[in-house]
Design a protein around this ligand. Structure first.
Ligand code: NDP
Ligand code: MG
Length: 384
């Protein structure tokens, strides 16, 4: 079997660690020439050793000498975003697994598309902030393909396999409901950081865990779905499903619902994106519906969770508004984690930035950088 040469970006994070397990389980299938991250240098060096990588890269040049000293013999130290773009576009790489948090993944993903690579995409901010540019790049480079890793979108992707575009009426993402699912609006507004980090079903990075509590994660995912599955022109919906066994459903024109179910373990969607269209046996538990007993579904409460209003506004308008929503949310979450604002103020900040936004269609990366910077500075200035 010819090995798939995978570049792992965001190797030291929550997804990066799960990806390392998958990649090291299937050494006969994968070669990992490059692992990349930013500041967790010890972890990056350990990952390079585990995956026997020829190159390890930090995007922050200030960490270069620390990385160089930490790496095992046989692994070259590299640094900087330009170098990352050069390597992911080169013949050394077939597949780019992008799990960099935030918008720093946009440039390497666009470069990989232009070089005709396969992209396994975990970084939802790439589609949220730059979905129009990514889709234009995919159209211009038909040999490139993009496979979602986010669990709900992997569920949609798996359910859509082989379906005619006009058969799909609605794409439905599920949401666990997070730790505040049954809380009153007043109690949510004054929730503490520890309460927001107490996710009932998934173990993830800190930022996405807080987004799950505010439902901004689902808002970002609705926009992500709008761009990932644009060609289906389907309605987008969310079902709150506390057991997190069903990750997504699609509703067909005859009313049939096709669902994808599995345990809550990101190794599954990561492995599927890396081996698609094949499947492998994974060292993970299997879902037992009999043990689970009951599955519940509820309509989301848009009054207690205004994130859905933001999401549908961003989905409908497109352009730079989703980028502004994402940037405003990132700043609001930072301010909440710093103890500067209440949990309820996260919504007020996003609302203010989005309501004042002058929207325009996506044209260039420079335009998106400027929109991102403007939304961040506005989000920092919102008086509460
Ligand atoms: P983490 O915070 O755990 O990890 C983030 C990773 O990104 C780290 O490896 C970090 O490197 C790297 N990183 C951050 N900034 C840069 C940069 N400028 N250049 C290079 N690398 C950078 O995040 P998660 O793993 O939780 O999430 C990663 C992405 O996957 C996010 O977009 C998230 O929304 C998405 N996702 C995550 C899920 C999960 O279960 N965690 C589920 C679905 C989607 P370092 O630590 O070295 O600085
Ligand atoms: Mg998800």
């Amino acid at each position: 079997m010819t090995k798939n040469n995978v570049a792992l970006l965001g190797a030291t994070g929550s997804i990066g660690r799960s990806a390392t397990v998958v990649l090291s389980c299937y050494k006969e299938r994968f070669n990992v020439p490059l692992v990349a991250a930013r500041s967790s240098i010890k972890e990056l060096a350990a990952c390079a050793k585990e995956l026997n990588s020829a190159m390890a890269l930090t995007t922050d040049k200030a960490f270069y000498s620390e990385l160089s000293a930490a790496l095992p013999q046989g692994t070259a130290a590299l640094s900087g975003m330009e170098k990352l773009i050069e390597v992911v576009s080169s013949d050394q790489v077939d597949t780019v697994l992008c799990a960099i948090i935030g918008t720093a993944g946009i440039r390497p993903v666009l470069a990989a598309i232009e070089a005709g690579k396969t992209i396994a995409l975990a970084s939802k901010e790439v589609m949220v902030s730059a979905g129009e540019l990514v889709n234009a790049a995919l159209k211009a480079n038909p040999q490139a393909r993009l496979i979602p890793v986010d669990s709900e979108h992997s569920g949609v992707f798996q359910s859509l396999a082989g379906r005619a575009k006009n058969e799909v009426e609605t794409i439905i993402l599920t949401a666990s409901g997070g730790p505040f699912r049954t809380w009153s609006a007043e109690r949510i507004a004054s929730a503490t950081l520890a309460e927001a980090l107490n996710h009932p079903t998934w173990s993830m990075g800190k930022k996405i865990t807080i987004d799950s509590a505010s439902m901004m994660n689902k808002a970002l995912e609705l926009v992500e779905a709008r761009y990932l599955f644009e060609e289906y022109n389907a309605k987008l919906d969310v079902l709150v499903h506390p057991q997190s066994a069903v990750h997504a459903l699609i509703e067909l024109t005859d009313g049939s619902l096709i669902a994808q179910c599995a345990i809550t373990d990101m190794k599954l969607p990561i492995a599927y994106a890396l081996t698609y269209p094949e499947r492998v046996t994974l060292p993970a538990a299997k879902l037992s519906l009999a043990e689970m007993g009951k599955l519940e579904f509820f309509a989301p409460d848009r009054k207690r969770f205004p994130a859905f209003d933001f999401a549908y506004a961003a989905v409908e308008s497109g352009g730079t508004l989703p980028c502004a929503m994402n940037a405003a949310n990132e700043v609001a979450v930072e301010r909440f984690c710093a103890g500067e604002i209440t949990f309820g103020s996260i919504y007020r900040i996003i609302d203010k930035v989005m309501s004042d936004w002058h929207n325009e269609p996506q044209k260039s990366l420079e335009q998106l950088d400027a929109a991102d910077a403007e939304a961040r500075s506005k989000a920092r200035e919102v008086k509460l």
